[in-house]
Design a binder for this molecule. Structure first.
Ligand SMILES: Cc1cc2nc3c(=O)[nH]c(=O)nc-3n(C[C@H](O)[C@H](O)[C@H](O)COP(=O)(O)OP(=O)(O)OC[C@H]3O[C@@H](n4cnc5c(N)ncnc54)[C@H](O)[C@@H]3O)c2cc1C
Length: 335
């Protein structure tokens, strides 16, 4: 456990922004977090949980306490012929959890390979990729509230939705995820109907958990910039949901517009396509830019500050509204 003052957050945000936290509290034991939450420093300052900062845009230094989980453990809670229940510390790096499951032939997490971040943050925005969301494998989420009480939320109680959960709504800033319990399957089953997975799998001799993981890692590495090389937070915007009528009117002007059916009345349009059509792909505004190959990803080309990246995102939103009359909103949390 440690409490530091004026601590740099450079290695706790993947945009590579040189910001600081007034206080930085890191814990290994949940009981230490509970004790800390009763202190004057905790009671008199704004509190904010940060994992790797791979979904955050700091527009200024954080004038409060950053709380960072460093409890890195895996505990097998239960097992039968069909499934395992695995409890994992919030501080574990997400992709290490995926690798751990794949090595043991436990199914369910493999499509979420190589998503940056920590286990504790995964339920917050219900991370998802290649047709799978983390809600599909979460049994329960444990954490500590502002009264230092340990709480367990069942999957249902987390109110998971597209890149959303109770942790971004009524529990925002009031609940620190300390552990997540996952339910993984021992029965062979893959989810390969999304994106280019099948095509990428043709490079391997067999379909197995290991090759699905390798294929997904290869696709992601070919499409997304590595934050260690070029600061970014992955997809900056969420894909907007629009009505069928809105889609029909757009199709008159853009017959090739891509979309995914959500319900009978609603479709999802890739925000990256809208941004590209609005002419932003590869464009720079100051030291912030839209990635050359991936219009959904905003990058820090060097020493950009968070406000420059925010300004770029706002200019993109305005262009998309002007051209399509569609409001796109950030997936990244702006602080
Ligand atoms: C290159 C790249 C690719 C990405 N691809 C994807 C993708 O395919 N799919 C996807 O869904 N996301 C993706 N992301 C976004 C990001 O990986 C996820 O949002 C991830 O879960 C963030 O984890 P983190 O530990 O960095 O959380 P942070 O960015 O530090 O925090 C994110 C949010 O979670 C909260 N939080 C963090 N830890 C806790 C905790 N212990 N308790 C309570 N709240 C907490 C924070 O307060 C904040 O609100 C990508 C990001 C990058 C950089």
């Amino acid at each position: 456990m440690r409490l530091l003052e004026n601590h740099s957050l450079l290695s706790y945000n993947t945009f590579g922004l040189a910001v600081q936290a007034r206080y930085f509290f890191e814990y290994e034991m949940v009981s230490d977090l509970q004790t800390f939450l009763q202190t004057d420093v905790a009671k008199n300052n704004a509190l904010y949980a940060v994992g790797q900062g791979s979904n955050l845009l700091f527009t200024k230094s954080f004038d409060g306490v950053v709380i960072h989980a460093n409890n890195n453990y895996f505990e097998l809670l239960a097992e039968d012929d069909n499934m395992v229940l695995l409890k994992v510390g919030a501080g574990v790096v997400w992709d290490e959890l995926v690798a751990y499951c794949v090595q043991r032939n436990w199914y369910g997490a493999e499509n979420l390979s190589l998503i940056p971040g920590t286990v504790g943050a995964a339920p917050v925005q219900n991370i998802g990729a290649y047709g799978v969301e983390v809600k599909d494998i979460i049994e329960a989420v444990l954490g500590v509230d502002l009264q230092s009480e340990v709480q367990l939320l069942t999957n249902e109680a987390c109110h998971f939705a597209y890149r959303d959960s109770i942790f971004k709504k009524s529990l925002e800033g009031k609940f620190f995820v300390t552990d997540v319990v996952f339910r993984l399957s021992k029965n062979e089953a893959y989810n390969l109907n999304y994106g280019d997975i099948n095509e990428a799998l043709t490079h391997y001799d067999e379909i197995s958990l290991a090759t699905v993981r390798k294929a997904i890692i290869a696709i992601r590495e070919s499409k997304l910039p590595d934050p260690k090389v070029l600061g970014n937070a992955g997809s900056f915007f969420k894909n907007p949901h629009v009505s069928k009528e809105k889609l029909s009117s757009l199709q008159q002007a853009y017959p090739g517009i891509p979309y995914y059916q959500l319900t009978e009345d609603e479709v999802k349009i890739p925000a990256g396509w809208l941004i590209e059509q609005a002419g932003w792909k590869g464009k720079r505004l100051g030291r912030a830019a839209v990635h050359d190959n991936q219009a959904l990803v905003l990058v820090n080309t060097g020493d950009a500050d968070g406000l420059e990246i925010l300004r770029l995102s706002e200019a993109i939103c305005s262009s998309v509204i002007e051209q399509f009359d569609i409001q796109i909103s950030p997936e990244v949390i702006v602080l």
